[in-house]
Structures are given as structure tokens and as C-alpha cells.
Write a protein that binds this ligand. Structure first.
Ligand code: 6GU
Length: 220
């Protein structure tokens, strides 16, 4: 999978080099391209935003600059993600669906967002455009939201996780059940014992206990 991100703060994406994602990149499973939106400005001040039509507070990101940047990246295979708190809510099902994409472009808006014609234009040219939010709160921009989505999506790609069993267990967990609580050694820590049943060796009883505990945690 190729993943491009367009942003005025490329440094936000430094964590992509770490941990699971850094390894996935070394293995050639995923390739990241981080692009500075200001490289596509043509004025002396490299300005990316302007005042909103209709008035109101804040600034809106200019469509010509986004168009110039995205024109260099979009292909018929691209899923263009426009990060906005007004978008469709990202969840595990959406992550699974995007894990089948071959090329994703994350357009990270700042200020009051990107001129609405940018999404409208690429959708009208039959590109796949998705306006996405990661939850009901307002962030300063789409960069952190992109990182959240990229981590959730890329860990689903074959070969990224060391132990694919965790994906199988998790898919049950996300059918509406959160996972059961986990314990490791020591058997008692600060006077709190590990539930006896987990040390019983009775695998059927353990499975039942875990499923009951997971159900208790399911509040969806
Ligand atoms: Cl995608 N962007 C911003 N700015 N805030 C958000 C968000 C996105 N998702 C939740 N809050």
C-alpha cells in the first residue's frame, strides 16, 4: 500500500518511522510519502489560507494550492481522505475496508478546513473521495487524525503484525464486544490475585469466563 499525506506540518508524521510502521516500511508492505503543502504555493508569502466567504472567524485553506498538490498524487486507484470533524466517523469496519486500498492520500486541513470545492471537484471527476472524522471532538488539524487512521489501517495489512492470531481474536472483539482483561506474572501483585480460573488449565471454562468478561465490557 502507498500512503501519501499532504500537510503544512510534515514533522507531525515523524512517528511513521517508529515501531510497527517503521518495520512495515522496511519490509516493503507500506510506503509513505509526506508532502509539504507550502511547496505548491506560488506567492512570495507561501500563504495557504484566506478569509471565509460569508464572514465568520478563522481562515479557510485555498483550493488552488490543494488542487495543485492533489493533482500530482491522484490516480484512478486513489482513496482520497479529507480529514474533517464533519466527516463520517472512522471505526474498525472502515479501517478494514481501507486495508484493501492500494493508494491512500490524506489531505490534512488546518484552520477552519479546506475550501469545500476541493472534495467536490475530485468527486465530480469520479475519484474516490471520503470525508472522515475520528470522533466527536475538535482537533487543531487533520495530522493526528491521519496518524490514527494510518496506524489502524496498516496494522491490518498482511505481515505487519508479528502474530496474526491477535487480528482474529480482535475481529470477534469488535463484533460489539471489547476484549476481556489480561494478566501476566506475578500471580499476585500488590495483593491483587489473577483470577483463579485463568490458572486452572480448564480451557473451556477459561473461554466462557473471557466471553462473559468481554460481554460485561461491551457498552456499544
Ligand atoms: Cl479528522 N479533524 C479535526 N480537525 N478534528 C477532528 C477530526 C478531524 N476528527 C475528530 N476531530
Amino acid at each position: 500500500m502507498k500512503i501519501d499525506a499532504v500537510t503544512i506540518f510534515p514533522d507531525y508524521f515523524a512517528p511513521l518511522q517508529l515501531s510497527l510502521l517503521g518495520k512495515a516500511q522496511e519490509r516493503g508492505i507500506v510506503e509513505f510519502g509526506i508532502h509539504d503543502l507550502r511547496d505548491f504555493t506560488t506567492d512570495n508569502h507561501h500563504s495557504v489560507d484566506d478569509t471565509p466567504y460569508g464572514g465568520g472567524a478563522g481562515m479557510v485553506m485555498k483550493p488552488e494550492i490543494w488542487g495543485a498538490a492533489l493533482d500530482t498524487l491522484m490516480t484512478p486507484q486513489t482513496d482520497l481522505i479529507i480529514l474533517t470533524p464533519a466527516g463520517r466517523r472512522f471505526d474498525q469496519r472502515m479501517a478494514e475496508s481501507f486495508a484493501g486500498s492500494t493508494h491512500m492520500v490524506f489531505a490534512c486541513g488546518r484552520y477552519e478546513g479546506i475550501d469545500a470545492r476541493v472534495g467536490e471537484y475530485y468527486a465530480s471527476k469520479n475519484f474516490r473521495v471520503h470525508e472522515v472524522s475520528i470522533g466527536d471532538y475538535v482537533l487543531g488539524g487533520g495530522e493526528v487524525a491521519s496518524l490514527v487512521m494510518i496506524e489502524a489501517i496498516t496494522r491490518l495489512l498482511p505481515g505487519v503484525l508479528g502474530n496474526p492470531d491477535s487480528l482474529v481474536e480482535e475481529s470477534h472483539a469488535t463484533d460489539g464486544f471489547l476484549e476481556y482483561p489480561n494478566y501476566t506474572k506475578p500471580p499476585t501483585w500488590r495483593e491483587i490475585p489473577v483470577p483463579e480460573i485463568l490458572r486452572s488449565g480448564n480451557h473451556a471454562a477459561i473461554a466462557t469466563w473471557r466471553s462473559d468478561e468481554a460481554a460485561k465490557r461491551a457498552h456499544k
